[in-house]
Write a protein that binds this ligand. Structure first.
Ligand code: AP5
Length: 219
């Protein structure tokens, strides 16, 4: 099964996708995480992505499509693939359809994390990320056991540069301008399932699990 987690920045896609991929044994493809790893490692991809991410803009489609094509060379997990943060534009969505078709597959469902902008701004303002393993916390909604320290690996927690209010505003604008139209693309194909993502992390998890148990793609 191949699922796309779609929605505005800070909607909670990563929080749910990481956990579900781990629980199900699915391959987890998070393009934002891949770009941050590349920046930390100082690779050419990281150097190219840096200025776009810092400005809250999207990295060009050809770069992202090439990256995902490469990541999909890995064997899928026993339960398929979860895409988090990809696709984000119509050309990316069409390219993903082509790449999956080459592999004899297709998208099985798109989970749309529907959450108001005000909640997103509050969530991103309080988000903290582990430098070591990338685990995500929130100072109020999902705090670590010890302030500033990752529960899983003991790594230092930091605030992403692109979670500063000005960059968040730009990321939301970019989402509306370039990504929101994908809702129509997948709705027209009959793939879209709306997740009420303004509930607690546990309530959202229940809804995500129910949606993934019933993929909507017709054979
Ligand atoms: P990326 O890393 O993908 O960022 P994003 O899509 O903006 O998503 P976020 O990681 O900000 O949010 P999320 O929905 O995963 O929320 P989270 O679970 O962390 O991309 C970053 C940049 O990379 C982009 O701006 C772009 O430049 C580039 N990029 C990446 N992919 C690209 C592509 N395909 N094309 C072009 N460019 C690309 O949750 C947020 C916070 O809320 C956390 O603190 C969490 O603990 C908390 N939280 C989660 N759920 C809940 C809940 N239910 N209630 C309360 N708090 C909650």
């Amino acid at each position: 099964m191949r699922f796309i987690f779609l929605g505005p920045p800070g909607a909670g896609k990563g929080t749910q996708a990481k956990q579900e991929a781990e629980t199900l044994g699915a391959l987890y493809i998070a393009t934002g995480d891949e770009l941050r790893k590349a920046m930390a490692a100082g690779t050419p991809l990281g150097a190219e992505a840096k200025s776009y991410i810092a400005a809250g803009k999207l990295v060009p489609d050809d770069v992202m499509i090439g990256l995902v094509r490469e990541l999909l060379r890995q064997p899928a997990g026993a339960k398929g693939v979860i895409f988090d943060g990809f696709p984000r534009t119509l050309p990316q969505a069409e390219a993903l359809d082509r790449v999956l078709a080459e592999q004899g597959g297709a998208v099985d469902g798109v989970l749309y994390f529907d959450v108001p902008a005000a909640a997103v701004i509050e969530r991103l303002g309080g988000r903290r990320v582990c430098r070591g393993c990338g685990a995500t916390y929130h100072v109020q909604h999902n705090p670590p056991r010890t302030a500033g320290k990752c529960d899983q690996c003991g790594g230092e927690l930091y605030q992403r540069d692109d979670d500063q209010p000005e960059t968040v505003r730009e990321r939301l604008r970019v989402y509306e301008a370039q990504t929101a139209s994908l809702l129509d693309y997948y709705q027209a194909k009959g793939f879209l399932v709306r997740i009420h993502a303004d509930r607690t992390i546990e309530q959202v998890r229940e809804e995500v699990r129910a949606a993934m148990a019933k993929p909507v793609r017709r054979a």
